[in-house]
Write a protein that binds this ligand. Structure first.
Ligand SMILES: NC(=O)c1ccc[n+]([C@@H]2O[C@H](COP(=O)([O-])OP(=O)(O)OC[C@H]3O[C@@H](n4cnc5c(N)ncnc54)[C@H](O)[C@@H]3O)[C@@H](O)[C@H]2O)c1
Length: 323
């Protein structure tokens, strides 16, 4: 049995705790949040010990695994603190504010012989896995481009303030949701993005982070991708269109997958699959057991941060940037 503590009792903590409840090998034991009421509320719901100081929790509980679900500017220090007490780390995405921080975190994990995984959840959705299989089998011919489009009101009142601070979040919609798009494209293609050209905008009436991005990315596989995201008001969309020589595929992560059939889209039936957060944790357990290497390792997640940095650089220079 591996004992798990959670650092940060915000929105995403519940997804991890619900998954852990369904897993035999894991037991959640404690949670820490600087907002005491949050820590207590989550602790009482899941039968955990509540702390307001996560360092104290790490010292006292001596857990096997820490899940870090904190604002981005706190990821690096939390990784250091977990590694120092020999705790394996499941770090929420994006891994850190920048690539330099990722390097320090990877070094800290190596020094302390702990696993460092990053919560890039795209790898664990059944519709995403099916899309990857269709690409690899060549069912629709040769893949020639990916167009990833996401619109989601980003500046709603319920969003915690730190997400809208560049200093604390690293960036806006592109850092937060774009990290998933970058990861999805790289993982689907089994290939890295190596150049980007990006134009962002900053039209929100609060915060100092970008509210949209239009990005052209080229991968090592020679397949181009566009990432188009807007956080201003509108209609929610989360569509990834994959264009092949013999047809098209629409992937809506969290919903399903459709392939072209005589000029319109036909939904593809999907096999039963465990919840993505369970599959993510199962990969982590397997890596801790030495049964398989991590897909979403710190080294891999660092490449997502590299692309994000390239995107912000390209917006500033107005030129294509090598990442
Ligand atoms: N994988 C996904 O799809 C997904 C979805 C949502 C969020 N996330 C990521 O999860 C992380 C957390 O996001 P969230 O939406 O849960 O944010 P949140 O603001 O809801 O939660 C963060 C919590 O951390 C607490 N906190 C702040 N400083 C602290 C400290 N020093 N010690 C202990 N607690 C502290 C806050 O009080 C808050 O409760 C981010 O990295 C975010 O990008 C990932």
């Amino acid at each position: 049995m591996l004992r798990v503590v959670i650092i940060g009792a915000g929105k995403i903590a519940g997804s991890h705790l619900k998954a852990i409840e369904q897993m035999n090998r894991l037991r959640a034991i404690a949670i820490a949040d600087v907002q005491e009421a949050r820590a207590l509320e989550t602790a009482s719901r899941y039968g955990l010990v509540a702390y307001t100081d996560y360092r104290k929790m790490l010292e006292q509980e001596r857990a096997d695994i820490a899940i870090v679900a904190l604002p981005h500017f706190l990821h690096k220090q939390a990784a250091f603190d977990c590694a120092d007490v020999g705790c394996h780390i499941l770090m929420e995405k994006p891994m850190a504010l920048n690539v330099a921080e990722c390097d320090e975190m990877i070094a800290a994990a190596e020094r302390n012989c702990v696993q460092l995984m990053v919560g890039l959840t795209q790898h664990y959705f059944r519709e995403n896995k099916m899309a990857k299989q269709i690409i690899e089998r060549g069912d629709l011919g040769k893949l020639i481009m990916i167009n990833d489009t996401r619109h989601q009101h980003y500046f709603m009142d319920t969003r915690p303030d730190w997400f809208l601070s560049k200093e604390k979040a690293g960036g806006g919609i592109i850092t937060n949701l774009g990290a998933h798009s970058v990861d999805k494209i790289q993982w689907l293609l089994d290939s890295r993005i190596h150049t980007v050209r990006a134009k962002l905008t900053h039209y929100a009436d609060h915060g100092d982070v970008e509210g949209s991005g239009c990005i052209y990315a080229m991968t090592d596989a020679g397949i181009p991708a566009t990432i188009v995201q807007s956080g201003y008001k509108g209609v929610p969309i989360n569509d990834t269109h994959l264009i092949f020589t013999e047809g098209m595929l629409k992937l809506v992560t969290g919903r399903g997958i459709w392939i072209s059939d005589n000029g319109s889209y036909r939904e593809v039936p999907l096999p039963e699959s465990a919840n993505p957060y369970i599959l993510q944790l199962q990969e982590f357990i397997d890596a801790i057991d030495g049964a398989r290497p991590l897909e979403c390792s710190g080294e891999y997640a660092r490449t997502v941060n590299e692309v994000l940095e390239g995107i912000y650089r390209s917006h500033t220079t107005g030129k294509e940037e090598v990442v």
